[in-house]
Ligand binder design. Structure first.
Ligand code: SAH
Length: 255
């Protein structure tokens, strides 16, 4: 098979959830796709942008992530052999905690041309919902995007020191292990009264926000949140309650 007979694969960021937070470019590509592989976090409403396309769910279960990822990589290469326009629709931004590198490597090795279309990552949507800026003059001049999820061959504590040192730290995939995260941060020297914010279902009508301190974080493990949730840590969240966006935010009804 020559490269010229292969289709092109687009890794498209779906954004944080709300169907109107995908980019115009991403939406146009969905409208011309032959086949769309979409993540578990992609809202069904977004698939109405690609009624013409074959739609394939490739949601991963955490415990089988690596096996499934190999299978997804293979499906993408196979699809490029059959179709001109293949879209891999990934939650948030593809280049942030989205296994994009593995997909790009596999596709490129097979001679498939790829293009990445960025998306609004969860940290930015969560900040919008919370009404708290990630940076703030005098309080926060750097922001860290991190995860406490440890992959094969990584040291469990690698993530702690940078999170403790950051002015503002955003932890992806950390809320389910809130107790372990809290213990690691306390052991790493973070103060128990360090303010935090948790945002669940950012950008969706079901979005919820909580302001708490590191001392209270361990309790969150028992909350059984059903939607995706993100943890944000930093002084900027100390005064958060005072400037919290009200329940009836004026943009919530925008179609
Ligand atoms: N590539 C994605 C992140 C994938 S990792 C992005 O750029 O956003 C999945 C994690 O992202 C979840 O465990 C959660 O921590 C966070 N997340 C994704 N969507 C979210 C949402 N709508 N609200 C809150 N957190 C979200």
């Amino acid at each position: 098979m020559t490269a010229s007979s292969l289709g092109k694969v687009y890794l498209v960021g779906a954004g944080p959830g709300a169907a109107d937070l995908i980019t115009v470019r991403g939406m146009r590509l969905l409208a011309q796709a032959d086949i769309v592989f979409y993540d578990a976090l992609v809202q069904p409403e977004m698939l109405t942008y690609c009624p013409q396309a074959e739609q394939i769910a490739v949601g991963k279960r955490c415990d089988q992530a690596s096996t499934q990822q190999r299978f997804i990589n293979k499906m993408l290469v196979d699809a490029a052999r059959k179709h001109a326009c293949v879209v891999r629709l990934k939650g948030g931004d593809p280049m942030l905690f989205g296994r994009a590198q593995e997909e790009l490597a596999e596709l490129t090795a097979a001679g498939v041309v790829c293009e990445v279309v960025p998306g609004v990552t969860a940290a930015l949507a969560a900040s919008a919902d919370a009404g708290v800026s990630l940076t703030s003059r005098g309080l926060a001049r750097n922001v860290l995007f991190a995860t406490a999820r440890v992959g094969q061959g990584e040291s469990p504590a690698d993530w702690v020191a940078p999170v403790v040192a950051a002015d503002t730290a955003v932890l992806y995939m950390g809320v389910k292990q809130a107790a372990e995260v809290a213990a690691a941060l306390l052991a790493g020297g973070m103060r128990a009264d360090r303010p935090l914010m948790i945002v669940e279902n950012a950008s969706l009508p079901t979005s919820r926000q909580w302001q708490l301190t590191l001392a209270e974080l361990a309790d969150v493990a028992g909350w059984n949140l059903s939607g995706p949730a993100i943890l944000m840590i930093g002084e900027v969240y100390r005064a958060a309650a005072a400037i919290r966006v009200s329940e009836d935010k004026c943009w919530s009804n925008v179609a």
